[in-house]
Design a protein around this ligand. Structure first.
Ligand code: GTP
Ligand code: MG
Length: 401
């Protein structure tokens, strides 16, 4: 009472009203279930969380608004994986979603020659708001064809194992390289799409991207892109260049990069497929006589599937396929894609994404300067493959010098 006594009349009334409200609240909590649920502390907490989500949506929306062009490209992510690749797949998808796709919501297509397990699908689906499809690869697109001479293939594998070539003894690795070279873009789940971004398990994207690289490809008529380029292991492709070139051909054109006479074989049969403004000088230091082993590292690719679906690439892949080199040797999809892009596309249709920070063990590309700051990149800008001894980036840049 000693405390209440000094209070003025209005304050006393306020106190009385407060006490009345508290009593009414407890009364309603007891007699009315709905009131009890709505006014509970947990529900109020939930309302606050919804408020946070709303703030996040507003900020996403503002981000989208700041893009010069909010149209989406006809594009998807493509990820080939085994069920056992799950942890690495989760890492990669999380990285892509965090740095780019949580805003753009491009769909995902995951492919496997075996059905994905329910556990795999559940763990992956939870990572994105975009649509995800899980596809089964047709047998004939994956396994070693019957017409391959298995004895010759076995000898090839043994020779490579003796040379300690990575995956030298693996048939499944060869299936994968052949599939990525000539079949993935034929999968029914990819028919509706034009552009794709290839993702592998356990890759990392270091930087935010404040624009849409698919739209960049489309608006600049690019057909193929890369972040890392390097030299191939020669023993995996001893006859690939010979198969591509081989015969004696004269392919003189006014704008040609290479000498007037070249020793190009597939091309001897199909000279019409070679683009005049090609990137032969990225592949060869002697105008096409020999392959310098430079290729784009295909575990990262943003590219135009309509390019792989052209008559030129179809003819090239079929030509390679009937030579059996995917199994007698260990032709990789990286040199196959690179040779095709360099010869059948204009050199300015190949793009180096300097601003995409990317790692696939053991190499990484890290942007620098303003691109590094703007992208809030988490990589060390001095740790980048770009101009190291095994990189072919300098050769690529020389095409445009
Ligand atoms: N479904 C399926 N996917 C495969 C198989 N072999 C490889 N892959 C996938 O094909 C892609 C390339 O295979 P990797 O094993 O990463 O080959 P790599 O990048 O040359 O070599 P490392 O990454 O250094 O092992 C990855 O997305 C793999 O998950 C296979 O037998 N089945
Ligand atoms: Mg890999």
């Amino acid at each position: 009472m000693a405390v209440l006594l000094p209070l003025s009349a209005p304050k006393r009334y306020l106190g009385v009203v407060l006490v009345a409200v508290i009593i009414l609240h407890y009364f309603l909590t007891i007699v009315n279930d709905d009131y009890s649920r709505i006014s509970s502390f947990s529900n109020i907490g939930e309302q606050l969380r919804t408020g946070e989500q709303y703030d996040e949506l507003i900020s996403l929306d503002n981000n989208l608004r700041s893009f010069p062009n909010v149209t989406k490209a006809n594009a998807t992510f493509v990820l080939l994986a085994r069920n056992s690749d799950l942890p690495g797949v989760v890492n990669s998808i999380q990285s892509v979603e965090d740095r780019f796709n949580r805003i753009h919501n491009y769909s995902w297509v995951l492919l496997n020659e075996e059905p994905f397990t329910d556990d795999f699908k559940e763990r992956v689906t939870v990572l994105t708001r975009a649509s995800i499809s899980f596809g089964l690869i047709p047998r004939e697109h994956w396994f070693q064809p019957d017409w391959i001479d298995e004895e010759r293939a076995r000898q090839g594998r043994q020779k490579m194992m003796a040379q300690r070539i990575i995956y030298g003894g693996s048939v499944s690795y060869r299936n994968m390289c052949r599939f990525n070279s000539g079949f993935f873009f034929q999968h029914e789940l990819l028919q509706q799409y034009r552009y794709y971004w290839r993702i592998e398990p356990d890759v990392k994207f270091f930087c935010d991207l404040d624009y849409d690289p698919f739209l960049y490809m489309q608006e600049h008529e690019k057909v193929y892109s890369f972040t890392i380029s390097l030299f191939e292991w020669e023993p995996t492709i001893p006859t690939l260049w010979q198969t591509t070139k081989g015969g004696f051909l004269s392919w003189v054109t006014p704008t040609q990069l290479s000498p007037a006479v070249s020793f190009i074989d597939f091309i001897a049969e199909y000279p019409q497929y070679v683009e005049n403004h090609n990137a032969m000088d990225f592949l060869s230091n002697d105008g096409g006589k020999s392959y310098n082993l430079c290729h784009f590292w295909s575990n990262f690719e943003i590219a135009d599937m309509d390019f792989w679906r052209t008559e030129a690439y179809t003819a090239y892949f079929n030509y390679l396929e009937q030579k059996g080199g995917f199994y007698y040797e260990r032709w990789g999809d990286a040199p196959v894609h690179s040779i095709a892009a360099a010869l059948f596309a204009r050199r300015d249709q190949i793009h180096f994404f300097r601003d995409i920070g990317y790692r696939h063990d053991p190499f990484q590309h890290c942007p620098s300067g303003e691109q590094w700051t703007k992208g809030r990149c988490s990589c060390d800008p001095t740790d980048t493959f770009d101009y190291t001894a095994n990189s072919c980036l300098k050769k690529f840049e020389k095409l445009f010098a």
